[in-house]
Design a protein around this ligand. Structure first.
Ligand SMILES: [Zn+2]
Length: 293
């Protein structure tokens, strides 16, 4: 009797072990398949033809932060925009007026877009790189690049300023990809915008943001990322799309995307734990729509 019980116990344990191993591999398989989203198109993939279609599309939920109506859920860290079946349609983006005195606080996202004819004066972002940024941001980036280099780390520019027309092509390609997967127009546009913003809605169109080194999902595990988390604010840069703010930004976690806001605001944002949308709301600097006529 006792012998039989022991045998049953061992069999049970073996069964649980096999089950656990199986679950691990299934989980690993699916995370590999769904974690290849890119906010930017690397040069080789810019025509949209070299990118493998993802089997499962990311899905949006939740009410986003909009001008004059900041709603931040109390349990903000637990909201994940990828965990719900509802796809929230893209809002109609309002064209904003860019305040030249506070150009570094310009907010573009799914709700606000820059004027299509806004001209960025650009400069190379770092020594030996032809990746460009707004010339004022390039100066700050070069300083940051040199400081990191002195610590033995190279914040190699990967993607900076991107033209309005390039953005339009990238966004249309991404939308087409989702259409080809059977999503309708509204769904496809909303899903595409989570990884590539519509033209004028990307900080890359303003030359205010840099994708650093690459757009690998595991960039957050690198020494360069740790350095940025520690020091970037001293040069005016913030992590623009934190993981726990996806429900506000409507952008997937992008550890590689660093946005210039000036040293004072970067330090304040870092200390506050707010994302840019929340911070601008808090200090009363949300965008002003461009006057018509
Ligand atoms: Zn980016």
């Amino acid at each position: 009797m006792k012998k039989l019980n022991m045998r049953t116990v061992w069999l049970g344990l073996a069964f649980i072990l096999v089950l656990a191993v199986l679950c691990f591999f299934i989980g690993f398989f699916f995370s590999e398949r769904t974690s290849n989203s890119d906010h930017i198109m690397p040069p080789a993939a810019e025509n949209g033809t070299t990118e493998a279609p993802t089997a499962t599309a990311p899905v949006l939920t939740t009410s986003p932060l909009v001008s004059g109506n900041a709603q931040v859920p109390a349990n903000s860290t637990s909201v994940n925009i990828l965990e719900n079946d509802d796809i929230v349609p893209l809002p109609e983006a309002v064209t904003i007026s860019i305040n030249e005195n506070e150009w570094y606080l310009t907010l573009v996202n799914d709700w606000y877009k820059m004027p299509a004819d806004y001209e960025v004066v650009s400069a190379n972002a770092a020594p030996g790189s032809d990746v460009k940024l707004d010339y004022r941001v390039a100066e700050a980036y070069t300083a940051m690049y040199n400081a990191a280099a002195a610590d033995g780390l190279y914040l190699t520019p990967y993607s900076g300023l991107r033209s309005y027309s390039r953005q339009e092509i990238n966004y249309e390609n991404k939308t087409q990809l989702y259409l080809s997967q059977g999503y309708n127009e509204t769904e496809a546009r909303a899903l595409a915008a989570m990884v590539i913003k519509p033209p004028g809605c990307s900080e890359h169109n303003l030359g205010l943001a840099m994708d650093i080194i690459d757009t690998a999902d595991n960039f957050y595990t690198t020494k360069e990322y740790a350095w940025l988390m520690e020091n970037a604010a001293d040069y005016g840069f913030i992590l623009r799309y934190p993981k726990e703010k996806q429900y506000i930004t409507r952008v997937e976690y992008e550890p590689w995307h660093w946005r210039y806001v000036g040293v004072e605001h970067a330090k304040a944002i870092k200390a506050s734990g707010l994302c840019l949308e929340e911070y601008l709301q808090a200090i009363g600097k949300m965008p002003v729509p461009l006057a018509q006529g």
